[in-house]
Design a protein around this ligand. Sequence first.
Ligand code: GTP
Ligand code: MG
Length: 197
Amino acid sequence: MIIKEAEFVISCTDIDKCPKSKLPEYAFIGRSNVGKSSLINMLTGRNFLAKVSVKPGKTRVINHFLINKDWYLVDLPGYGFAHASKVDRQKWEQFIRKFLLHRENLFCIFVLIDSRHEPQRIDLDFMEWLGEKEIPFVIVFTKTDKLSKTKMSQFELEYAEKLMETWAETPQMFISSSETGLGRDEILDFIERVNKS
Ligand code: GTP
Ligand code: MG
């Protein structure tokens, strides 16, 4: 798919303030600092569309980006931000879960996983929750430029094995790097297919 247009639409902390449109939406979620905002910039080819930071906890609100006037990418705040207060974490839980549960035009969630770390309980629990709620999702491994090809294949296999402990089928998985653009075509093709389905 060719990205002709990518525009920031709105930041909000409440589902009622999100765009009223019913266009297909794809939300990016995962631990703080995993590379959600960077991936949105890589996919759209716009370096400064979503705000990126070396410090975790950069994205604090729900950000909607309209792509080709046809569908939305949604950048969400990360979970597991160690320096957030308990109240902040609870607020995050509330507004993100509400968004994920009730946003009708959310076609699919991209759960981002840092390919440099072993499977983390927080990610596995989050995916189980999505499964329980029957919210469709796929996995994207990020920062794979930091790993050799062999290490990456090994990591993918091990991650799939871990998922098989709780899932009958493994979700679809993508390998990405916002540094090299790896995974861009695959992810955009996937979105194009889902848009048409
Ligand atoms: P929060 O908004 O804080 O939840 O973080 P985020 O998940 O949006 O992460 P962000 O895109 O801000 O990236 C965090 C850091 O990781 C930045 O320093 C990025 O440059 C770096 N980063 C993101 N993706 C990649 C990647 O594919 N490769 C490498 N090497 N670094 C990356
Ligand atoms: Mg971010």
